[in-house]
Each structure stands twice: as C-alpha cells, then as structure tokens.
Design a protein around this ligand. Structure first.
Ligand code: GDD
Ligand code: MN
Length: 366
C-alpha cells in the first residue's frame, strides 16, 4: 500500500531545457514529507525540453511529461496540466526558477487548515513579497497591467498577474469549461471565470532573476492580455475574434482606397483595373494580418500552406463581396432612399460571411 498523493505541481515550459533538472531537484527538496507529482506541459520546445524531462521521468516516477504538438499557450498548458492529475491539490509554477518553490509547503498547509479556502496565490505585492531585480520599465508595465486586471476582477487581489498559485483540483476541474485560456494570465482567468467569488489568500514571495533561457513575454503576449480582458468584458456581445477580424477589415478598406487612389488618380489606370488590383492588395493585406493576429494560434506557416490559405481567403471574400452587394442592392430597392443603412447591412452581412467561412476554410485545420 502506497501513500496517498497530496499534490501535483504543473510546470508549463517552452525552451527551458537548461532549467528542468534544477527545478526537479529544488522541488524534491522543498516538498520533502509530501507525496507529490510533477507534470511538465511542454509545447514541443525546439530545444528538447520535453526529452530532458522524460530522461528524468524514466528514473523518477513522480515526474510526468505532456508534450503538446502544434499548440502554443501558457494558459492552455496550465489548464491541461491541472486537469491531468488525481491529486487533491494542484500548483502551477514557472519552469525557469523565478518562482520561489519553498513557498509550496506553506500553500499546502494553508489549504489544509481552512476547508473553505480554494486558492493560495504566491504574491509579489503583499507585505514581504517583491519583484526582485526588475527594471523600472517592467515595474511600470506590470503595475499598469495589474490595475487593468483589478478593474475586471472586482476582488481585492494584490497580484492577479501571478503565475504561481495552488488550487483545489476539484475547483479547477469545475471551472475548466468556463476558462478562456488566452495568453499568460491563467490566475486572472480562473478568478474571473467563477460565477461566485473564489476564496483566496496571498502569500508573499520575491520574484527571482532568470539565469537560464529567456522570457517569452513579448508584444504578442501583451496584446493577448488586452484581448483576454476585452473578452471577459464584452466577449459575450461581440466575440473577440470577430472584433479583430472586423477591425482588420476596416484597415483593409483603407488599403483598398489608397491603392485605388494611387493607380486611378496617380498612375492613370482605368477605374476597373485599379479596383481589381486594389481588391487583391486589400485581401492579401487582410489575409496576412489575420494570419498573424486573429488566428495566431492556428497560424499558417510555409509557402504551400500560405498559398492554399490565401486562395481560400480570396475565394471566400469574393463571395462575401457579392453577398454584400446583393443584400445592399435588395434593401435599397425595397426601402428606396435608405442608401446608407442598406450599405451598412450589406457590409455587415459580408463581414459575417467572410469571418464565418474563412475561419472554417482558411484557418480551419482544427
Ligand atoms: N507550455 C508552454 N507554452 N509554456 C510556456 C509558453 C507556451 O506557449 N510560454 C511560456 N511558457 C512557460 C515558460 O517556459 C516558463 O516556464 C513560464 O511559462 C513563464 O514564462 P516566461 O517567459 O518566463 O514569463 P515571465 O517570467 O516573463 O512571466 C512570468 O511572470 C509574470 C508576472 O510578471 C509568468 O509567471 C507570468 O505568468 C506572470 O504573470
Ligand atoms: Mn520567467
């Protein structure tokens, strides 16, 4: 008879090969006296993080590896890791040694002491915690992001951006279907997903400096953060992907007009030739922008995939344009005079068509 499992520690990783062995050793030390398992969730890192973790897992059965293929995302990695354990408690900790693993036993103790408590957050912004050696720029950006988060959150959580926390695993399983899984902010996602307030406490720790590998927090991650906030606030009314697709569509219209102006007014081409070139320029512009932003999680890569995607996108949008013109003309006929309203409805129908069909036929591998 073996002892019951107490705790699972989920470690999302992308290119953290150099940190894997140290982290396992540090956890082993910090968690002495507890029955634990560790789940690396690696997004097929090119540096071979998953194989490095498997090498250890062969000899240490407490270590497990989930290797995700063709996927990226810190939040979704954490969610999948947290749902992959039978332990009653589950923690999430970064794989780069920046979080203080010696806090874990204290987190376990807090959850055991108080049955009503659901989440323990490792916090940089309560007394005793800190951001270590961050430069002023990063402190300022983090403070701004934290302020925004608190507005959405409506709870008095000092460090909603923390990526270091422990939760009861039945709580996370219950919330999982409601999670958005966008970007980096998994804790914020959890706290805002619940229809009722979540009982939490914060324990202080000091964020460490990264010594191996590099941070994946870049502009795309910052943009994803804003997207996640938008989604929580307005996502029910206008889905975030459709909002981005439409905003890019408006930019495409500007490209269309600029190209047409250059060719027709500037270079003296015929209106029809100018329009054809402008249409393809706008569709191409929209295709690439949507591929990098709207559908960044299923981005088409490689010449062949891009060409196929571009052709599918142009076909879908051409039909969308015909639908737009048809609807606008029909409405204009029946309600003579309401030209602007007719045009707007036509544009909306075209946009919904383009969005629905391109998400299926251009970026619809999944
Ligand atoms: N599986 C997976 N997939 N893991 C990822 C991905 C991904 O797409 N992107 C990053 N990770 C892993 C990294 O390998 C690391 O273990 C952890 O997630 C944190 O990533 P970093 O790139 O080191 O992020 P950071 O240190 O800038 O941000 C940390 O601090 C923030 C607070 O300022 C994270 O803990 C954030 O969650 C936290 O909000
Ligand atoms: Mn880090």
């Amino acid at each position: 008879m073996t002892a019951l499992l107490d705790l699972a520690v989920v470690v999302p990783t992308f290119n953290e090969r150099g940190n894997v062995a140290t982290l396992v050793a540090k956890l082993d030390q910090a968690l002495a006296g507890l029955e634990w398992e560790m789940i690396f969730v690696d997004d097929d890192s090119p540096d071979g993080t998953a194989s490095a973790a498997r090498e250890i897992a062969r000899i240490d059965r407490r270590v497990r590896v989930i290797q995700r293929i063709g996927r990226r995302g810190l939040s979704t990695a954490c969610i999948e890791g947290m749902c992959a354990t039978a332990a009653p408690l589950v923690a999430v900790i970064d794989g780069d040694l920046q979080h203080d693993e010696t806090l874990l036993p204290g987190m376990v103790a807090a959850l055991r002491r108080d049955a009503a408590l659901e989440v323990v957050v490792g916090s940089r912004f309560v007394a005793g915690g800190g951001t270590g050696e961050w430069d002023r720029d990063r402190v300022a950006k983090s403070a701004l992001a934290t302020r925004l988060a608190r507005r959405v959150l409506k709870a008095d959580l000092a460090d909603p951006m923390s990526g270091f926390f422990m939760i009861r695993s039945d709580v996370i399983r219950g919330l999982a279907p409601r999670l958005k899984g966008i970007g980096f902010k998994i804790l914020l996602d959890i706290m805002t997903a619940s229809p009722r307030p979540i009982a939490f406490v914060e324990l202080p720790y000091t964020f460490r400096v990264r010594t191996e590998g590099e941070s994946k927090l870049d502009h795309v991650v910052a943009m994803e953060y804003l997207i996640a906030l938008y989604d929580r606030m307005f996502g029910k009314a206008v889905p975030v992907r459709f909002a981005m697709f439409s905003a890019i569509g408006v930019l495409g219209l500007a490209v269309h007009m600029a190209v047409l102006w250059l060719l027709f007014r500037g270079a003296g081409s015929s209106f029809i030739a100018g329009t054809i070139v402008a249409t393809f320029a706008a569709m191409t512009f929209n295709f690439f922008l949507n591929n990098t932003l709207t559908y960044r999680d299923r981005r088409l890569k490689g010449a062949r995939a891009l060409l196929d995607g571009w052709v599918a996108f142009c076909v879908v949008c051409s039909i969308g344009a015909v639908a737009n013109i048809g609807v606008a003309a029909f409405l204009h006929d029946v309600r003579d005079g309401a030209w602007a309203a007719s045009a707007m409805v036509g544009v909306l129908v075209g946009a919904v068509w383009n969005y629905a069909l391109s998400s299926r036929f251009t970026w619809g591998r999944y």
